[in-house]
Design a binder for this molecule. Structure first.
Ligand code: ZN
Ligand code: ZN
Length: 209
């Protein structure tokens, strides 16, 4: 038997909207039944400003092996942030700076979603001041140039980059993902893996369509 090293590679779509987001057509049952076929080991449900998903599905590993982790996409005038942590009762409408301090203080983690999207781009001073160290390098709904612009921040601020589909419909589910190098079963596992950088950098490829 040749010696081999098993390396964990766990594929997560970090950015998925259900019909709990007013703008999404993607039903929870479609996510649960189709995610594995898209090659995903896990999905993060990140509805706009709500974690109501917890009333509809248990969090963690499901009977079919799929991991489902709850977060939310929090809107601020300084950009939208995917946040993971104890945020079930977080009121909407906090300014970005207050939000990011709260996330840090409570042991959570924040990712700047689609930082160069023309609508509500991420306030660069938040990145410059290291208030958010992870950004979406690849967002499945972004235009090519919007993803490519993140490379500039990689050079300037050495931000970590993750990928997520931002799916609002079934055809978009899994269109971008993040590969973790450590096993993830719970929200805490996900938060730790993101904070420790236990994932491959999801960097926009100029060759990609
Ligand atoms: Zn939306
Ligand atoms: Zn989104």
């Amino acid at each position: 038997m040749p010696f081999s090293v098993y390396i964990t590679a766990m594929l997560f779509d970090l950015h998925v909207h259900t019909t709990l987001s007013p703008c999404s057509q993607l039903r929870l049952d479609q996510i649960l039944s189709q995610a594995s076929e898209r090659g995903l080991d896990g999905v993060c449900i990140t509805d706009h400003n709500t974690m109501e998903i917890r009333n509809y599905v248990p969090e963690g590993i499901l009977g079919n092996g799929l991991r489902v982790i709850f977060g939310m996409e929090y809107s601020t005038s300084g950009g939208d942030f995917l946040i993971f942590g104890p945020f079930e009762d977080l009121p909407p409408g906090l300014p970005a700076r207050i939000l990011l301090k709260h996330v840090d203080r409570t042991g959570g983690v924040a990712i700047a979603a689609h930082p160069f999207r023309s609508q509500r781009p991420t306030d660069e001073t938040l990145i410059k001041n290291e208030m958010c160290r992870i950004v979406e390098g690849v967002n499945g709904r972004n235009a090519h140039h919007e993803n490519a612009s993140v490379l500039d921040w990689q050079k300037k601020y050495n931000v970590a980059q993750v990928g997520g589909s931002d799916a609002h419909s079934l055809d978009e589910l899994g269109s971008a993902h993040t590969t973790f190098t450590t096993p993830i079963y719970t929200r805490t596992d996900l938060v730790n893996a993101l904070k420790q950088g236990a994932f491959l950098q999801t960097i926009h490829s100029s060759i990609a369509a």
